[in-house]
Design a protein around this ligand. Structure first.
Ligand SMILES: C[S@@+](CC[C@H](N)C(=O)[O-])C[C@H]1O[C@@H](n2cnc3c(N)ncnc32)[C@H](O)[C@@H]1O
Length: 348
């Protein structure tokens, strides 16, 4: 019989329930998750694995609650809505073009996987996009899936996600993260391949939605955000995706990078069903003394008769630190937002 654990507040120690859990349920949860918060380990002698399991259950409950819309009596669902499962009131709210990034908060047990990766997005943000641009059971492609945030969101929303990731390190961690943070992953799939090799294996128009955040050129290997880099190095965390030549983040020239990325997104669009959508999350960046308007460079190259730009939303990054770049001599921005480029696909 499955043990059901009622929800707990963040980091609350489930001292009274952990001992009821069965040993075979515990084996999966042997990860190093915010142990500094687990004072009960010493105080009450409760096995860490039991506490982690209870915390994971709590987090899953939270995650489901965050992404799933609670129906209200006044909700109106239109029979003509072939895009998503949202009532009108939520549909309209979600069309606002400025969003605030929603993170898990410092010390949340489920940050342990995402912080290993140098540039993950929040599963709640990508979840909002998936919830808007798909219906339950629809298929979603993430061509640069990193540590699997898209797949995590797909699991909680009952969509079928396929994520492609070049680096075996991130691909393996993405699968592991799904087991730990989601439990039953509802058929999500991680394909460890260069996206250029993976794409021919998908059939045309196989997916109802494609959503991703690609590498931002080789910006992680540059000195631009040196303060962020120093702080990750101090914690022994990765500062670039991989050393691979196939990694788009290791391309030397910006123009070649843009060209490669554009080619890939054209092929991704071919795998998206006619009149459905593709969302690309990117940020502008600085390199040396130059400012690169990456979001605009990308959509200008990408738009054509098949791929139509239908909107650009901003995603405000409220958690980022402010640095006194340029002070007191010149203006240098703290770039604290990303862009969500929204395209609709029209196959002729
Ligand atoms: C911005 S990250 C994506 C992070 C992801 N959204 C998440 O939440 O974890 C871009 C990812 O693209 C991967 N990548 C780079 N070149 C690739 C290629 N040729 N094929 C597939 N993945 C690639 C990198 O390893 C990196 O994990």
């Amino acid at each position: 019989m499955k043990t059901t654990i009622p929800p707990l507040a963040n980091n609350e120690i489930p001292t009274n329930r952990a001992n009821e859990l069965k040993d075979d349920q515990l084996e999966m949860f042997n990860k190093d998750v915010s142990l500094e918060n687990l004072k009960a380990v010493k105080e009450f002698g409760i096995p860490v694995s039991k506490i982690l399991l209870a915390m994971s259950e709590t987090c899953r409950h939270e995650a489901k609650q965050t992404l799933n819309i609670e129906s209200r009596p006044e909700d109106k669902y239109s029979d003509r809505n072939k895009l998503n499962d949202l009532p009108g009131r939520v549909w309209i709210q979600e069309t606002k073009s400025n969003w605030r990034q929603k993170g898990l908060g410092k010390g949340h047990p489920h940050t342990s996987y995402e912080r290993l990766h140098p540039a993950p997005f929040s599963y709640q943000d990508v979840g909002r996009l998936i919830r808007f641009f798909t219906k339950s059971n629809d298929r979603v492609l993430d061509p640069f899936c990193g540590i699997g945030s898209t797949l995590k969101a797909c699991s909680f929303l009952n969509r079928k996600g396929i994520g492609v990731e070049l680096s075996p390190t991130w691909a393996e961690l993405a699968s592991e993260r799904l087991t730990v943070e989601v439990g039953d992953n509802h058929g999500q799939e991680v394909v460890c391949k260069d996206i250029r090799d993976a794409l021919p294996n998908f059939t045309d128009e196989q997916f109802q939605f494609a959503v991703t955040s690609p590498p931002y050129w080789n910006i992680l290997t540059k000195n631009g955000d040196h303060k962020v880099k120093e702080s990750r190095l101090a914690k022994n965390l990765a500062t670039q995706y991989s050393d691979s030549q196939q990694d788009l983040g290791n391309i030397k020239k910006y123009e070649s990078f843009l060209q490669q990325l554009t080619n890939i997104f054209r092929q991704v669009a071919a795998k998206v069903e006619n009149k459905r959508y593709m969302a690309i999350i990117v940020s502008d960046f600085r390199h040396g003394s130059e400012f690169y308007p990456f979001h605009s460079d990308l959509y200008h190259r990408l738009c054509d008769d098949v791929i139509k730009l239908v909107g650009i939303s901003t995603l405000e990054q409220t958690h980022k630190k402010l640095y006194p770049y340029g002070y007191p001599f010149c203006y240098i921005p703290n770039i604290h937002h990303q862009y969500i480029l929204l395209f609709r696909v029209f196959h002729q």
